[in-house]
Design a binder for this molecule. Structure first.
Ligand code: FAD
Length: 279
């Protein structure tokens, strides 16, 4: 039988995971579905479980001059309601799941689940989020785009837990998140797109794009974005076909029960085109 632990604090968690392998259950909105068993109750967990939803050390949203830090067990709804949260994250969370699921589901869980369709990953990639991991040995900080290594695979060692997510404080002149799904709530993305841009005297000074559910992980290509810095708005608009061609190489979706690859690719590139043409 698997162990199920409700720890009092982070020190207890770090002790436990330094000795034995556990998995974490935060809001449980992914874990409970992946481990459900229609024949038996309770949930059929295959591994030892530590419940992390009540850990104070994994809660809180704070800011300093340059960064915003979000505790891994903060619920999607509390992130949405917090005044520190950047609008770019709020716009995404508003299109995730439903209020009930958002009250349970956490930011750490969305990252830990590492689904190519994880909606919150799309703005977190765009904001160069850093994932902070803790073990008895100390703290390790990893770029989210390095932390997620493949579909549902993360660079988490057995003795580590995600404690915090850190994002730079940044405002864009324009950003747009579009989620394409079968209905407005409780729908997993067929694909998603986020574009963000800032100008100084009509010249592009920041340009970022990220795409969800069109490859094994979120697609973000800073080396393509950099080629359009210091272009004027008009030059950027005139480069739209070239830009689409560059992204086309990295938009490599799959067919599954939610959509097919032709639809996903066409719509993802159309969303990029619309974003540029409407600047
Ligand atoms: C009806 C429904 C609708 C949904 N709609 C959406 C949607 O629109 N968009 C979307 O992106 N997702 C959606 N989801 C999926 C889910 O709600 C989100 O991914 C949510 O953010 C998961 O958070 P959680 O706390 O519930 O994760 P859990 O289920 O608790 O955990 C998920 C994974 O993360 C790991 N984990 C959790 N916390 C930590 C930690 N601190 N350190 C290391 N690993 C950790 C767990 O071990 C597990 O592998 C939906 C789910 C349901 C049931």
């Amino acid at each position: 039988m698997v162990k199920q632990i409700l720890p009092k604090n982070l020190s207890e968690v770090l002790e436990l995971i330094s000795k034995e392998k556990y998995r974490f259950c935060a809001g449980g909105t992914d874990m409970l579905i992946q481990n459900h068993n229609l024949k038996t109750l309770p949930i059929d967990f295959k591994d030892n479980i530590i419940y992390t939803f009540n850990l104070e050390e994994l809660k809180g949203i704070t800011e300093d001059e340059d960064f915003i830090t979000i505790g891994a067990s903060e619920s999607l709804e509390s992130i949405l309601e917090n005044k520190i949260t950047p609008q770019i994250l709020k716009d995404t969370i508003l299109q995730m799941a439903s209020p009930a699921i958002r009250h349970s589901g956490t930011i750490g869980g969305n990252i830990g689940n590492a689904s190519p369709a994880g909606d919150l990953l799309v703005p977190l990639y765009l904001l160069n989020a850093i994932v902070q991991l803790q073990s008895l040995k100390g703290i390790r900080s990893v770029l989210l785009s390095d932390f997620i290594t493949h579909v549902r695979r993360i660079d988490l060692r057995d003795d580590e837990i995600i404690t915090k997510i850190i994002i730079s404080k940044i405002n864009f002149d324009k950003h747009q998140f579009v989620k394409v799904g079968p209905r407005l709530s409780d729908a997993i993305s067929k694909l998603s797109f986020l574009g963000a841009v800032s100008f100084h005297e009509d010249k592009v000074i920041d340009l970022r794009f990220s795409f969800g559910a069109v490859n094994i992980t979120v697609v973000r290509r800073p080396e393509i974005e950099a080629q359009y810095i210091y272009k004027t708005k008009e030059e950027l608009k005139n480069s739209v076909d070239e830009l689409l061609e560059k992204y086309s190489e990295y938009i490599r979706p799959i067919d599954d029960q939610r959509s097919n690859k032709e639809y996903r690719k066409t719509v993802a590139l159309n969303l990029l085109r619309n974003f540029i043409e409407e600047l």
